[in-house]
Design a protein around this ligand. Structure first.
Ligand SMILES: Nc1ncnc2c1ncn2[C@@H]1O[C@H](COP(=O)(O)OP(=O)(O)OP(=O)(O)O)[C@@H](O)[C@H]1O
Ligand SMILES: [Mg+2]
Length: 239
């Protein structure tokens, strides 16, 4: 069953009477990398959490392509991914457990994945001792191994140094090339231009613009997007 095209219709999330998502309208195709941009508090993380079923919307609809929502086909990686107090190998192959893969096959696939993400030599180390950038790579490898059809990434490079950022971007591109649709958030506009096929610009709980990446950056349609690109959005100077 296909998850795509994925359509959000009037999606609302209104905790305690304050609209965080205020009628999100969005249609996403099943390929490429969609990057969600927007100021702090715009609702980007909430949107991703809603898509993976962690938050229940207050109103509106999520229409999943041919079938309904299928948690086994949707993966998510958070800004600070959680690691089991166990080896990298146990951690990377974790997602295969619930898919009925034998332990032997899990470990073999896990080792192959650790090699792909450059962590094979560390396979027996405790994952909690990895640096932030290494944990982020491990989290991506863990979710990649489950071959999700849709992968949601919330600021996967937020606290990484330039080489960590590059490593994560390389992995994200490879995951995309293997046929996974990626929806991610970032505050790194350079990264958005490097990775995105299309940009969703979210502000005030609504999609203000959804455009191919080049068009978004060269001819933003809305004044808010223009200001955001120039770093002048009022939300930014609130302190
Ligand atoms: N579970 C929740 N219940 C109530 N309010 C929430 C919940 N999750 C987030 N919020 C609120 O929703 C608003 C949007 O939060 P969100 O984390 O989606 O912003 P964001 O666009 O990801 O911002 P940032 O760029 O800072 O990560 C915030 O004001 C936040 O406090
Ligand atoms: Mg966020």
């Amino acid at each position: 069953m296909s998850l795509f095209p994925l359509r959000l219709r009037g999606l609302k999330f209104v905790p305690n009477g304050r609209a965080v998502l205020d009628g999100v309208e969005l249609a996403l195709s099943g390929d490429g990398i969609t990057i969600v941009l927007g100021p702090n508090g715009a609702g980007k993380s909430v949107l991703l959490r809603t898509l993976c079923g962690l938050l229940t919307p207050t109103g509106g609809q999520i229409d999943w392509g041919g079938g309904g929502f299928d948690g086994l086909q949707v993966g998510m990686v958070f800004q600070h991914p959680a690691m089991l107090r166990a080896s990298l190998l146990e951690n990377v192959s974790l997602g295969l457990r619930s898919r009925g893969v034998s332990r032997r096959a899990r470990l073999a696939q896990g080792e192959a994945m650790l090699a792909r993400i450059g962590l094979f030599e560390r396979r027996h180390d405790n994952a909690r001792r990895l640096s932030g950038g290494e944990q982020q790579r491990l989290a991506l490898g863990r979710v990649w191994l489950t071959r999700p059809r849709l992968l949601l990434l919330d600021e996967p490079t937020a606290s990484l140094d330039p080489s960590g950022v590059e490593a994560v971007e390389r992995i994200v591109r490879e995951i995309r090339t293997e046929g996974t649709k990626i929806v991610m958030t970032t505050h790194n506009l350079g990264q958005a231009t490097r990775l995105a096929d299309d940009i969703v610009f979210l502000a005030g709980g609504r999609v203000r613009e959804h455009a191919p990446v080049r068009r978004f950056f060269t001819q933003p349609a809305s004044a808010e997007a223009k200001q955001f690109i120039q770093g002048e959005l009022p939300w930014h100077v609130a302190f």
